[in-house]
Design a protein around this ligand. Sequence first.
Ligand SMILES: [Zn+2]
Length: 108
Amino acid sequence: MIKKVLSVKGFEGLRIVYRTKMGDGVYGMCTGSQNLIELSLKQNTTQEMMDSSLFHELLHLTIYKAGWSEILETNSVVEEGLVIMLENSLKQIVKFEYEEIENNTKVN
Ligand SMILES: [Zn+2]
């Protein structure tokens, strides 16, 4: 487990954990109630993929913070479809920036 704390505008207190072990085909996970995003080091093999997965999970967090996760049901096909739609359109017009403010490396 590699834990980084990133500062992302609008997402104060967000914790990012980079996992060496996650489910097959899982690039990232968002646990909104814990303000936590987990990213797979196995699946995201380039920085571009990592940034793309982080952006994707931030959109899930946005839906959670807006209170829509309960309406859409967590991990529902509808929420995933919305996130992918927003991701594909927003990445064309949004410059995604973040700043690393802490890095703790732990081996579990
Ligand atoms: Zn998703």
